[in-house]
Design a binder for this molecule. Structure first.
Ligand code: ADP
Ligand code: ZN
Ligand code: ZN
Length: 654
């Protein structure tokens, strides 16, 4: 029996803790230990002979006979902790399924079986698909990064499926990462109908027992394919042979709380570590990935044509400057009628849920705002409430204006609910299917909506960006895009990149099979340069103009950023803390790192806390990380640290 155990414990401290064993215990196993006055669950990281502390406590209980985390995964997790400058105990805790985190037994409750019936497709691959498959197949036995840049509907999934078949034949496992919402059930069905292997999935629609089963089946090698959202990147897989990340540009690969990692970036690290290829698929590559192509770090494979003979939709703009206040232009309504009457489906995209975004006084201009956030309250009609989408506070709408006392309160603007209602008056006989967070909260609700759409009956689909991602609705002929002008005026330097991706992804839902589809974008800024590119489907050209701008201004991906965000109930505390932080950073003297701020974010107050940001930027990633590592060693000297909440975000996207 070794003399001392080094244990990682999920606490916000940048260190590990030493304990004495009470029996043999494997590295990577869970142990229960007393920590302060509490009992907590930790992971054994190493056996060692000496500790800097005397009077060590003995562990209470060993939870696993064998390691839960094998050596490669422990290496990967400690690399991640290091890179993101985040405590290893919290990193491990994020990586584990909840049931393991809380100490449940690591046993599979219900074994996931093989798919019932699989079949081969009734089509041949296109030339472009075959070229991509051949090139990737030729480099399956070592690390290589591939961007599979295929227009929407070009058959990227078919490429994934055929490569997965090859990798499975070699007795290896495949990890497929997909964006957060909705897409997963559809992907699972597609994989299960083709691949004669056990396919497990790890995403928010699974319950904790299912997630643990999936994790353990991946870990013991019985699952051939693991399909999951971002956290699946941390699944132990002893025979990993290929990583696929679909819709690479999607922002849900970045975790925005706690341990703020980016699964897309970590894919490269994991693939290098086990020396296997990684494929990033998308119609709208992120500038980060395009930069890697430019630098020849990854290879780009393109699918320019839609598969099965479908062609990309025709995109038109509708000038809304002449349509005072109407949500739907006459032109859009006419086009919708035309498609519906020929038995087709139509989709309207509006990126706001609820009934109306503004509740205001027509007499004095008063506007309902959240008491806890710098944000307006959204009116939700079916429950007659005003809701804040940031802190979830809600209240009954006032009858008379709190400022002038007049009974002159009205709603302004459109959300999905109001759009659904307005559509009802124009299209009384057509079913309307609304898809947003309010209509899909129930488990399975999203799948039921998708089933209805997939039946192919003419209908109008109204939805938020939940609809933008990867869906393949075969009878959808037209897409209308409403209310995107806010995105054109965004102050975020990534604003137009994200808007172009969104427009192209949403447009890509139209005309996926058969006749050419049609897209209509309503805007009050038809001259905005972004439309030049979107109208002619020239995403790559648009991206290269953006890349040039970023290169000139030395913004990411031509430099590297870290964000230090502080927030406090007392506004001054957040700012003072960041001033103190700035002095500390300046004392580290890393000349190539620029420090900006503290700056006040657009939304300063959120759920009663005032936010303030400090940005660090450098063209030299190493210097930036050296600075952060040094900072981490000295944060205990910050005198205001107990008056604020703060976090570090490496490679922030907001
Ligand atoms: P993407 O993932 O690029 O958006 P999909 O893989 O979903 O595209 O393919 C779009 C549609 O085209 C699917 O219905 C798929 O079955 C079909 N498809 C894919 N490859 C081919 C092909 N080589 N010939 C005919 N149809 C194809
Ligand atoms: Zn008023
Ligand atoms: Zn609020």
């Amino acid at each position: 029996m070794s003399s001392i155990l080094e244990v990682a414990i999920p606490v916000p401290l940048n260190k590990t803790f030493d304990y004495l064993p009470n029996q043999e215990v494997a590295v990577g196993a869970r142990v229960r230990v007393s920590f302060g006055r509490k009992k907590v669950i930790g992971i054994v990281l190493a056996h060692k002979d000496k500790s800097d502390f005397d009077k060590l406590k003995t562990i209470e209980e060993v939870l696993d006979d064998v390691a839960i985390l094998d050596a490669p995964i422990l290496d990967f997790l400690s690399w991640s902790a290091n890179y993101y400058h985040h405590p290893i105990g919290e990193v491990i805790s994020t990586a584990l399924p909840k049931n393991l985190r809380i100490g449940k037994e690591a046993i599979i409750k219900k074994v996931v079986g093989l798919p019932i019936k699989t079949s081969e497709p009734n089509f041949e691959t296109t030339n472009e698909q075959q070229l991509a498959i051949d090139e990737i197949s030729a480099s399956l036995d070592g690390y290589h990064g591939f961007l599979l840049h295929g227009v929407t509907g070009s058959g990227k999934t078919e490429v994934y499926l055929r490569l997965t078949q090859t990798v499975l034949k070699q007795g290896k496992q495949v990890l497929v990462l997909v964006p957060e919402i909705g897409l997963t059930p559809q992907m699972i069905t597609r994989f299960a109908s083709r691949l004669n292997t056990c396919i497990v999935s790890i995403h928010s629609q699974r319950n904790e027992t299912q997630k643990l089963d999936a994790y353990l089946m991946a870990k013991d090698g019985t699952a051939g394919v693991i399909l999951g959202t971002r956290s699946a990147i941390f699944t132990p897989m002893p025979n990993l042979g290929l990583i696929i990340i679909d819709e690479e540009h999607d922002s849900s690969f970045k975790q925005q709380s706690g341990f703020r990692y980016c699964a897309r970036d970590l894919c490269f690290v994991r693939a290098k570590q086990v020396n296997i290829p990684v494929i990033l698929g998308t119609a709208t590559p992120s500038l980060e990935v395009l930069k890697q192509v430019m630098d020849k770090k990854i290879s780009r494979l393109t699918l320019m044509k839609r598969a099965g003979g479908a062609i990309l939709p025709k995109v038109n703009l509708i000038d809304m400057r002449t349509e005072a206040g109407n949500a739907l232009s006459a032109m859009l309504i006419a086009k919708m009628k035309q498609h519906l009457s020929s038995g087709k489906q139509v989709m309207l995209f509006i990126n706001r849920r609820g009934y109306a975004p503004v509740y205001f006084c027509t007499q004095c201009g008063w506007k309902s705002e959240c008491d806890h956030c710098d944000s307006s309250m959204i009116y939700h009609r079916h429950i007659n409430r005003l809701k804040c989408h940031h802190c979830n506070d809600e209240k009954i709408p006032e009858q008379t204006c709190p400022d002038c006392g007049e009974q002159s309160l009205e709603v302004l603007g459109y959300g999905t609910q109001r759009l659904e209602e307005t559509l009802g008056s124009h299209f009384a006989d057509t079913p309307i299917i609304r898809i947003d967070r309010d209509t899909t909260r129930r488990k399975k609700a999203f799948e039921q909506h998708l089933e209805k759409i997939n039946s192919g009956e003419p209908c109008i689909i109204v939805g938020t960006q939940m609809l933008a991602k990867g869906h393949d609705f075969s009878n959808l002929a037209m897409v209308g895009i409403l209310d995107i002008d806010g995105g054109l005026l965004s102050s975020n330097f990534r604003g137009t990149e994200h808007l172009a991706q969104l427009l192209i992804q949403v447009s890509g839902r139209a005309g996926r099979s058969g006749q050419q589809g049609e897209v209509a974008i309503q805007t009050r800024y038809p001259e905005h340069p972004i439309f030049n590119y979107v109208l002619s489907n020239r995403y790559t050209q648009f991206a290269s103009t953006l890349l040039k701008q970023r290169a000139q201004t030395k913004m990411p991906p031509f430099s590297h950023q870290a964000l230090i965000c502080a927030n406090a109930k007392v506004k001054q505390n957040a700012q003072d803390f960041l001033q103190e932080m700035t002095s500390l950073l300046k004392s580290i003297k890393m000349n190539s790192v620029e420090i900006w701020g503290p700056v006040t974010p657009v939304m300063e107050k959120k759920a009663d806390y005032y936010y303030s940001n400090l940005y660090l930027q450098s063209v030299d990633r190493k210097s930036l990380h050296q600075m952060l590592a040094t900072l981490n060693q000295h944060t205990s000297t910050l005198t205001l640290k107990n008056k604020v909440r703060w976090y570090l975000d490496v490679d922030p996207i907001e």
